[in-house]
Write a protein that binds this ligand. Structure first.
Ligand SMILES: C[S@@+](CC[C@H](N)C(=O)[O-])C[C@H]1O[C@@H](n2cnc3c(N)ncnc32)[C@H](O)[C@@H]1O
Length: 360
């Protein structure tokens, strides 16, 4: 795995085991209260990835602990049309679900660069893809923000890529691991950093932010209708854990019913995550760099999960279509089929847009 732009870091300890691991040492069965384990660490059967358990969890519309279900795979393959010999960049490698599908189509002769900001999950995904037989000649892993895609390509002596994919936001491995502090439901440190070795955790961001700035953030990054009230209640306050913040959000708006309160808490968490990881400026830099990173005739597909992301992608694609850098762009967003949304509710907010680089 290669580090881009930043000094190499030691890899922190993580919960759970690789879902595809086959040689885990024998462990005594863990005890937990109730019929089914509720805590991420106790879902040992899912972490151990026996096929029957995985099939049951998937059939229930859930994501097995420590894994991620790739979204709109068929639609993305149709848009990117990968073929043997293509150079591909998966800018949000995550669990490697999309990458695996692309790799299968670009061999022989092709190469995929997998980028991810997350130093916790990236080595595990790299090991999984290696175990599937994708060696360094066809797949390289890069711990890099996708804003640094031009540098990653240059370091590989590549002028550009034929296919580029970005599947924005966080992975299920990140959300479901309480230690990462992304989840509104699971108690953990209020962190939310995709790279826990860089920047400031959400607790520090919230403690330092001014009321007006938080109100602006909640409106811009989550279209939060109660932005001003929530900002008054939360800005400058000290919260250590995710559940402390979730309780404070509910307490700030006691008139809301359970469902509305839950949606509000999710929006606040989303906005904070965007601020903690500087997601909008990374996306804007990525979109600006994209045309120069694509080979003539190259294709890009981007999956977004909220309006702040989709607006930016749409605007950039349209501007570069007008100026001739893109020969064609998606006229409308594509959404997951009802069947996919049903089978994997986490796919529901997804929107797919694509663009094709002009041949010059
Ligand atoms: C939705 S997941 C991708 C899942 C992946 N497509 C799969 O099939 O498993 C998003 C991933 O993008 C990474 N990520 C988000 N923003 C990033 C950025 N600016 N640069 C690099 N990686 C980023 C996250 O760490 C996470 O692993």
């Amino acid at each position: 795995m290669e580090e881009q732009n930043e000094p190499a870091q030691s890899e922190p300890e993580t919960h759970g085991q690789d879902a595809h691991a086959t040689t885990a040492p024998h462990q005594r069965r863990k005890r937990y209260g109730g019929k089914n384990p509720r805590r991420f660490e106790d879902k040992y059967k899912e972490h151990g990835a026996d096929a029957e358990t995985l099939a049951k969890v998937l059939a229930a519309g859930k994501t097995p602990a420590g894994t991620h279900r790739p979204i709109m795979v068929a639609e993305i393959l149709a848009v990117l049309a990968p073929k043997p010999g293509d150079v591909a960049a998966d800018c949000t490698l995550g669990y490697g679900g999309h990458a695996r599908e692309l790799l299968a189509k670009i061999v022989p002769g092709g190469k995929l660069l997998g980028l991810d900001a997350d130093p916790v999950e990236l080595p595990k995904t790299e090991a999984r893809l290696r175990a599937l037989g994708f060696d360094e000649t066809v797949f390289t892993a890069h711990r890099s923000n996708f804003a640094g895609l031009p540098q990653v390509l240059a370091a590989q002596n590549l002028a550009g890529a034929d296919l580029i994919l970005a599947d924005l936001g966080v992975s299920s491995m990140q959300i479901d691991d309480p230690a990462r502090g992304f989840s509104v439901k699971l108690d953990g440190p209020l962190d939310m950093r995709m790279n826990p070795q860089r920047g400031q955790p959400a607790a520090a961001v919230l403690q330092k932010i001014k009321t007006e700035a938080l109100a602006e953030l909640l409106a811009a990054a989550a279209d939060e209708p109660h932005a001003a009230e929530l900002a008054t209640a939360l800005a400058g306050k000290s919260f250590t854990t995710t559940l402390q913040l979730a309780h404070a959000i509910r307490a700030a708006l006691p008139r809301l019913g359970r469902e509305d309160a839950e949606l509000t808490a999710r929006r606040v968490f989303q906005a904070l995550r965007i601020a903690v990881n500087d997601e909008f400026s990374a996306l804007e830099t990525f979109l600006r760099n994209l045309p120069q990173c694509l080979n003539p005739g190259g294709r890009v597909a981007i999956l977004t999960f909220h309006s702040g992301e989709d607006r930016r992608v749409k605007k950039s694609f349209e501007a570069n279509h007008v100026n001739g850098l893109y020969a064609d762009i998606a006229r409308e967003v594509r959404r997951p089929t009802p069947a996919e949304q049903n089978a994997n509710p986490r796919s529901s907010p997804a929107k797919l847009r694509w663009a094709v680089r002009a041949k010059e």
